[in-house]
Design a protein around this ligand. Structure first.
Ligand SMILES: *Cc1c(COP(=O)(O)O)cnc(C)c1O
Ligand SMILES: [Zn+2]
Length: 403
């Protein structure tokens, strides 16, 4: 552990590690900064198969505060069949849909809640588009902390049931994610609740960056060329870039500047993509309308920084329609045996377009981040699948139906 400070992303002012997330001087967000040691790949050889294996680059000072439910070290799959369909010879899927609560949110939630414990907070919570609710509630359960969840009332039923099962107090807010987020921010400050994606955001981001660490390690510390990243608030895309930069600082990879990150958003809520192709200024979407509910964040907190990252690295941004999302989701399932929720369909669909537009060439190493599980959104997916016909348990009848 080599944490130095909390550092303002805007003006660079540094603060001690504490319960604080905004700069006093300029109101900029604070990021954890490290005095990064040189690390050799061998140090990871016998470590646990979770993202806590990267403890030197995570912000928990005393390991006894770590709250782990075994998340991370998810498979990086060589996607030969999907690659063939899309025209790519070096495509990989980072399958984060198989985390303990079935989305990548176990990364940010786990680090934020561990830090909440280290800071002595007595309750945690989140504002969620669905997946963060379960990730936060599950880690809170493991930490034996009360958990308060603020989410729009129209998210998928499976996500509500799951979060409630872990014992989370679920506040279904009649409104958008941004409405839920505003409420969570005020209650968090008033009641001193560690709201993982708001007042614990500096630490939350640190969890998401392990998506860079694992991919690099799984590629034997070679840099990929392209990264397709679904964008909601934009925290993950930013964090992945920060992660690769830290690996370069640790001498584990040689050149982070080689990657091209690409932001993927659904057409009904694509403020970052629109800004990228338009004026460069984010115009909030007041009424998100998309089946990719995990990405329905109209006013993305880190949107501005995503635009900066895309510019810095020569990345790009793309969007896709609901039909394209479902096509992408089904294509991934049928070629690679991976069942994702609509957010994953967004990543596949936008990747497809980028290959067609010649933005990614066939031999370049491309990582497609699949961040959530299809079992959380079966109602949406069902709409495009044939209903199985119910038949009598009669061999002749059923044999006749098999062509
Ligand atoms: C939250 C979420 C995202 C977006 O992550 P941000 O950090 O908010 O950009 C992507 N995919 C899934 C499945 C999510 O739950
Ligand atoms: Zn500042």
């Amino acid at each position: 552990m080599s944490v130095r400070s909390l550092k303002c992303r805007e003006c660079g002012r540094e603060y001690d590690m504490q319960f604080r997330y905004i700069c006093d001087e300029c109101f900029g967000p604070l990021d954890v900064s490290y005095d990064i040691p040189t690390l050799s790949p061998d140090v990871f050889a016998n470590r646990e198969q979770t993202y806590w294996r990267y403890s030197e680059l995570l912000p928990i000072q005393d390991k006894s505060n770590i709250v782990s439910i075994g998340a991370g070290m998810t498979p990086l799959i060589r996607a030969e069949r999907l690659g063939e369909k899309l025209g790519l010879r070096n495509l990989y899927i980072k399958n984060d849909s198989v985390n303990p609560t079935f989305s990548f949110k176990d990364r940010p939630a786990g680090v934020a809640i561990s830090k909440a414990r280290e800071l002595g907070l007595k309750a945690v919570g989140c504002a969620s588009t669905g997946n963060l609710a379960s990730a936060t509630a599950a880690h809170a359960a493991k930490a034996n902390l009360p958990c308060y969840i603020f989410a729009p009332s129209d998210i998928e039923m499976a996500k509500i049931v799951q979060a409630l099962s872990y014992g989370g107090n679920f506040m279904a807010v009649k409104g958008t994610y941004d409405d839920a987020n505003t409420i969570a921010a005020q209650i968090g400050d008033r009641r001193r609740i560690g709201v993982v994606n708001i007042n614990m955001r500096s630490y939350y981001v640190e969890g998401s960056k392990t998506l860079a660490f694992e991919v690099a390690e799984q590629l034997d510390w070679q840099m990929p060329d392209h990264l397709i990243i679904p964008v909601g608030s934009g925290a993950m895309l930013n964090a992945i870039c920060k992660g690769f930069e830290e690996l370069e600082a640790a001498s584990l990879i040689d050149d982070a500047s080689r990657m091209r990150p690409h932001a993927a958003q659904p057409h009904g809520c694509a403020p970052v993509v629109d800004a990228f192709h338009g004026t460069g200024i984010i115009n909030p979407v007041y009424k998100p309308d998309t089946i990719a509910k995990s990405l329905a964040i109209g006013d993305p907190g880190d949107g501005r920084y995503v635009l900066k990252r895309l510019k810095q690295y020569g990345g790009s941004a793309g969007e896709c329609t609901n039909d394209e999302i479902l096509d992408g989701l089904i294509l991934l399932a049928k070629t690679e045996g991976i069942f994702t929720e609509p957010a994953g369909g967004v990543a596949v669909a936008v990747l497809h377009k980028m290959v067609k537009d010649g933005r990614i060439s066939p031999d370049e190493t491309t990582i497609c981040y699949i961040t959530g599980n299809g079992l959380k959104a079966t109602d949406t997916v069902m709409s495009v699948l044939p209903k199985p016909q119910v038949r009598h348990p009669d061999v002749t009848e059923i044999a006749a139906a098999i062509k």
